[in-house]
Design a protein around this ligand. Structure first.
Ligand code: HEC
Length: 137
């Protein structure tokens, strides 16, 4: 192989590597509510998005940005009510922390869920919750 074609090969490898890195980065940054729907299967025994349809957990209708323990008519734990009174609201950041380790973020919460360890699963499920919370079904 001539030095010239070797150089071309090198440029090609760099270009492909950059492309792969860019693809991985954009897939990582863009949450997918479609993938989140799969993740939410772990939640739906306890949560619905229908207004006032409470299961073991509160309806998540309009939960986005709302203060903690804000669904009318659900018997929240004292711990969750306290956090709401203190000003906790369900931003992306707060949901991420709660879904990572519910009992660490809100000690003594009634939400009997171990948590989602995968950051991508959390991003996706948050996208799904936000989408569905608006629609209410
Ligand atoms: C075993 C039932 C159960 C499962 C599974 C569960 N939750 Fe919950 N969730 C609850 C309960 C109960 C509460 C209320 C907690 C309290 O009062 O301390 C709650 C509270 C919440 C809240 C706060 C609602 C508010 O109005 O303040 C959000 C958001 C939430 N859950 C989302 C999820 C998501 C997303 C999943 C799946 C990754 C999930 N939950 C899995 C039972 C569950």
């Amino acid at each position: 192989m001539s030095p010239h074609s070797l150089k071309k090969l090198g440029v090609g490898v760099v270009a492909v590597t950059c492309l792969l890195a860019a693809t991985a980065a954009s897939a990582k940054d863009k949450p997918s509510w479609r993938d989140g729907r799969q993740v939410f299967k772990k939640c739906e025994a306890c949560h619905s998005f229908k207004p006032d349809e409470h299961r073991f957990g509160p309806s998540l209708y309009k939960v986005t940005g709302r203060k903690a323990a804000g669904a009318p008519g659900f018997p929240y734990s004292a711990a969750m009510k306290q956090r709401g009174t203190e000003g906790l609201a369900w931003t992306d950041k707060a949901m991420d922390a709660f879904f990572t380790a519910p009992r660490k973020f809100v000690p003594k919460t009634k939400m009997a869920f171990p948590g989602l360890k995968d950051a991508k699963d959390r991003r996706n499920v948050i996208a799904y919750v936000k989408r569905m919370a608006k629609r209410g079904r």
